[in-house]
Write a protein that binds this ligand. Structure first.
Ligand code: 13P
Length: 256
């Protein structure tokens, strides 16, 4: 099954609106020749209007880092799905930093996924185990349970609009990236296997699954050469122009 690779830069709490617009104004010419790879930039909320305007008419997509699960209300500091409509195509849901610092539970991940879909936004659902779970042999079990919870009552026809990102917490921002063969086995076995149980093997084969955690140009080919890894969700290495371009270039090279 041929899946379009997807490389997304999650900028977390980096870049002011002006810096973000300046960055994408230069990124768009650097990425113009790599249109066979889907590229997404995921800036902080306040940079979204400027970034969206700057990328209008280009192939580069925009994403948000989170979304609230309710339509509106007294939720200080939060952003609702309808506020993102027209600004982004993608929204990251369940990133481990939101699970850890903002108390986003599995149940909330599921509600956010439903809310994003309701407004035509495409979820990038992030999941992955922590170090203790990895070391005690629970990684597959944890990923499976996060996945099943995230897809609770999600209809099969929504699947083409969803991307999954496997991000083991111990590999995020640590420089300790997960071994590519292990990631491939987990994506192809546990994640695609669970999706196949839920939705059938054809739907599972069609889904795009990214790896995230200390991805950089130096290890990109290793990951992108694996058949079940369909792209990357990248933090630190997506903040520099040359590095972002290299991630995309190497993806195209490895998947060609
Ligand atoms: P790093 O690439 O900085 O390890 O971050 C990964 C990540 O959390 C992307 O969402």
């Amino acid at each position: 099954m041929k899946r379009v690779p997807i490389v997304a830069g999650n900028w977390k709490m980096h870049k002011t609106p002006a810096e973000a617009v300046d960055f994408v104004s230069r990124l768009k010419s650097l990425l113009a020749e790599y249109s066979a790879v889907e590229c997404v930039v995921i800036p902080p909320y306040v940079a979204l209007p400027g970034v969206q305007a700057e990328l209008e008419g280009t192939a580069i997509k925009v994403g948000a880092q989170d979304v609230h699960h309710e339509d509106k209300g007294a939720f200080t500091g939060c952003v609702a799905a309808n506020m993102l409509v027209g600004l982004v195509e993608y929204v990251v849901i369940g990133h481990s930093e939101t699970r850890q610092y903002l108390n986003v539970t599995d149940e909330l991940v599921n509600k956010k996924v439903k809310q994003a879909l309701k407004f035509g936004l495409k979820p990038i659902i992030a999941l992955g185990e922590n170090l203790e779970q990895r070391e005690s042999g629970q990684a597959e079990k944890v990923c499976r349970s996060q996945l099943v919870a995230a897809f609770n009552e999600i209809p099969a026809d929504a699947l083409p609009n969803i991307v999954i990102a496997y991000e083991p917490i111990w590999a995020i921002g640590t420089g300790r990236n997960a071994e590519a063969g292990m990631v491939n086995d987990l994506l192809g076995g546990t994640i695609r296997g669970t999706l196949a149980e839920l939705y059938g093997s054809q739907a599972a084969q069609a889904m795009r699954i990214q790896y995230g955690g200390s991805v950089k140009p130096a290890n990109m080919v290793e990951y992108m050469s694996q058949p079940d890894i369909d792209g990357a969700l990248v933090g630190g290495a997506s903040l520099e122009l040359d590095s972002f371009k290299d991630l995309v270039r190497l993806t195209l090279q490895a998947k060609a």
